[in-house]
Write a protein that binds this ligand. Structure first.
Ligand code: F0G
Length: 480
């Protein structure tokens, strides 16, 4: 696929304004720091440096020329951080879905576009992604939980007085992947791609399939055969992607898709693509805004291919650089013990990169050789981060606690709460610290793993049968 934007077939977007926007974007190697323009004449899209390492997007972080002018505004020229906050506040104030709300107002990704990819409105696609709930679940957050005792049980379990869960399973396709995918697919369209592809443990493929359909692009997904949860398969097929099951694990599918994209000129949309990582930064910006720009002490998330760890770390570093927050949260990346290559490297002080044969019930993070290792290592080091591992029983126990609180999540997401409990018990996270954990996927993504078996009771439709059945099941008590 050539990086030509003037003779694109579909969409007929105004080439001049897009070229102008893309000319401000550079790709930088995370290792040797070589720079590349996004539009390289006569060359296919670039995902790696000539040295083989992954790339990072660099944009000038500039306030838009015309700022909203609300009453009582701060002196914008003297306090740019206040100007940023005001810009995001005014965009977020418009209720998503309200008539007349623009994409930048409705989307929890494009709301922050000057920090992600500053494209003109006409270039952007969106499903109003983001805008996810930050649940206060700490044992000492009565006021914020609005007397929801169910939620506080999660804080009790984790051992924290102040704990927030940001539920990224509330995104349009039910996982955090939509945030990066909306930016990746927007770029695919701008680059004139006709088809997009990814390898996936299931959520990326569902998200890719949805956004590709939205943009009128053909999606091709490579999945580890027999290892993807049912809900994710159903979505991917329903949205119309071509699905190829690979006899091997995710890591094999990942290696394959990179070759396929190079050979066949298909636009690659794994988090190897640095624009995916840019979109995922929006999780951090949105949660900081929800916390009134008071950074938490810790940000905890599940880690697989390490795109999200890289994205959140980068976002916090940029937020501090812009003065949006005054200090960095510490990052805690949690891996499944059977899929723990990043943990092994961390434990050795990152002296070498590990790869493992991955095994875990949390199929979303069943990854043995993460693509974004180098990016993630840098942000863990810069954010005084830690990497922890949790066993499958620990993941499933934490999932049951989150599910029964009425929120629910898929197994990989529960690794966060399991990890927090372990880090609190080890004295690494202090019980008084303020912690945000990311729940990455919706409960319905995987409707089998860790779900209690239904006690199937069928009765005749009369009150006496109900009474008899309830007596047999035990008294109705409200849980304390
Ligand atoms: N949680 C869920 C639910 C995921 O689907 C993934 C990754 C992760 C956590 C880990 O995030 O890879 O950025 O470190 N899922 C990818 C996929 C690999 O194909 O859907 P990461």
């Amino acid at each position: 696929m050539d990086a030509r934007i003037d003779d694109r077939q579909e969409g007929m977007l105004p080439a001049a304004s897009i070229r102008q926007a893309l000319e401000q974007v550079r790709l930088r190697c995370v290792a040797c720091r070589a720079f590349y323009p996004v539009l390289e004449p006569g060359r296919t899209a670039r995902y790696r440096c000539n040295c083989g390492e992954v790339l990072d997007v660099e944009i000038p972080l500039r306030l838009p020329a015309s700022l909203p002018t609300s009453s009582g505004s701060a002196p914008l020229d003297r306090d740019p951080a206040a100007a940023w906050r005001q810009l995001f506040a005014e965009r977020a104030a418009l209720v998503p879905g309200a008539p007349g709300a623009s994409i930048v107002q409705r989307s929890g990704v494009w709301r922050y576009r000057e920090l992600i990819l500053p494209l003109p409105d006409e270039a952007i696609i969106s499903r109003a992604e983001g805008n996810t709930t930050l649940y206060a679940v700490g044992s000492d957050q009565q006021q914020e939980t609005q007397a929801s005792p169910g939620l506080r049980r999660i804080g009790d379990y984790a051992g924290l007085a102040q704990l927030y869960l940001k539920h990224e399973g509330e995104n349009p396709t039910g996982s955090f992947k939509d945030r990066g995918m909306v930016v990746g697919v927007t770029m695919a369209r701008l680059m004139g791609a006709r088809a997009v592809a990814c390898a996936s443990t299931g959520n990326t493929s569902a998200s890719l399939a949805s956004y590709a359909a939205l943009a009128g692009l053909q999606a091709l997904v490579f999945l580890p055969a027999g290892q993807v949860a049912g809900g994710k398969l159903a979505q991917t097929l329903a949205y119309g992607a071509r699905m190829i099951q690979v006899n091997g694990d995710f890591d094999a599918a990942m290696l394959l898709v990179e070759q396929v994209c190079d050979e066949l000129g298909i636009y690659l949309l794994n988090s190897l693509n640095p624009f995916r990582v840019e979109g995922q930064k929006a999780i951090a910006f949105e949660l900081l805004q929800q916390l009134n720009w008071q950074a938490p002490d810790w940000l905890v998330l599940p880690a697989g291919n390490l795109g999200n760890t890289s994205a959140l770390g980068k976002a916090f570093l940029q937020a501090r650089m812009l003065g949006l927050i005054s200090r960095l949260p510490r990052l805690a990346a949690i891996q499944a013990a059977g899929a723990n290559p990043f943990y092994l490297s961390y434990r050795e002080g990152f002296v070498r990169r590990h790869a493992v044969q991955a095994h875990t019930v949390a199929s979303a993070i069943k990854i043995g050789n993460p693509v974004s290792y180098s990016r993630a290592r840098l942000v863990i080091q810069e954010c005084s981060g830690v990497v922890e591992e949790v066993s499958d029983p620990e993941i499933l126990e934490a999932k049951a606690v989150i599910d029964r609180a009425g929120i629910g999540c898929e197994p990989a997401s529960a690794a966060t709460v399991a990890g927090i409990r372990k880090l609190v018990r080890a004295g690494i996270i202090k019980p008084s610290e303020r912690v945000v954990a990311i729940l990455t996927g919706n409960l319905l993504k995987d409707h089998q793993t860790g779900i209690p078996r239904a006690e199937t009771v069928s009765i005749d439709p009369d009150l006496a049968s109900v009474r008899r059945t309830l007596d047999a099941l035990g008294p109705l008590t409200s849980p304390s």
